[in-house]
Design a binder for this molecule. Structure first.
Ligand code: ZN
Ligand code: ZN
Length: 71
């Protein structure tokens, strides 16, 4: 397997733009917070145990500060 990127959320091919994060690829609309499911922009998420979280949720679940986000 190889070549075509697959969205890690739904495991379907990504034809157009994709977001690369945590060594995985996602459709921009499918790269969402693992807690509240709101869309995330690349560079504004916090990773916890391999899942992306938005900044408010990262505060709720206690993600260590300073990964992937500008203050
Ligand atoms: Zn997708
Ligand atoms: Zn969230």
């Amino acid at each position: 397997a190889g070549g075509q990127p697959y969205c890690e959320r739904h495991f379907h091919p990504i034809a157009g733009r994709c977001v690369t994060a945590m060594a995985q690829r996602f459709h921009p609309e499918h790269f969402v917070c693992a807690f509240c499911l709101r869309p995330l922009a690349k560079g504004t998420f916090q990773e916890q145990e391999g899942k992306p979280y938005c900044q408010p949720c990262s505060g709720i679940i206690g993600v260590p500060h300073g990964y992937g986000a500008a203050p």
